[in-house]
Design a protein around this ligand. Structure first.
Ligand SMILES: [Zn+2]
Length: 92
């Protein structure tokens, strides 16, 4: 009773699949932040900076700037209740 061997060799994933292209300058913590998702969390090494209110049609949203003290990446977090894809984004 020999096992049937599939002619297709299954792909062995020995590397972490990159689902989204990330700049190599991001540190591990920054790379782990889910971008453009409103309820995503940042990471402890982000230092909160200035925030500003931006007027939208439905009202104003607050955008807060953060800087990672580990890699220097500048983030913005948009707190927009009507846009769940507004969240973390790398701006520099
Ligand atoms: Zn970082």
């Amino acid at each position: 009773m020999g096992r049937a061997i599939s002619p297709k060799t299954p792909m062995i994933e020995d590397t972490i699949p990159l689902t989204t292209a990330k700049p190599s300058t991001l540190c591990e913590s920054c790379a782990g932040v889910q971008q453009n998702w409103r309820r995503a969390k940042g990471h402890p090494e982000l230092i909160q900076g200035t925030h500003r209110a931006v007027a939208h049609r439905h009202g104003s949203v607050t955008i807060t700037k953060y800087v990672c003290e580990r890699c220097g990446t500048v983030w913005e977090y948009e707190n927009n209740k009507v846009n769940r894809h507004a969240g973390w984004s790398v701006i520099g």
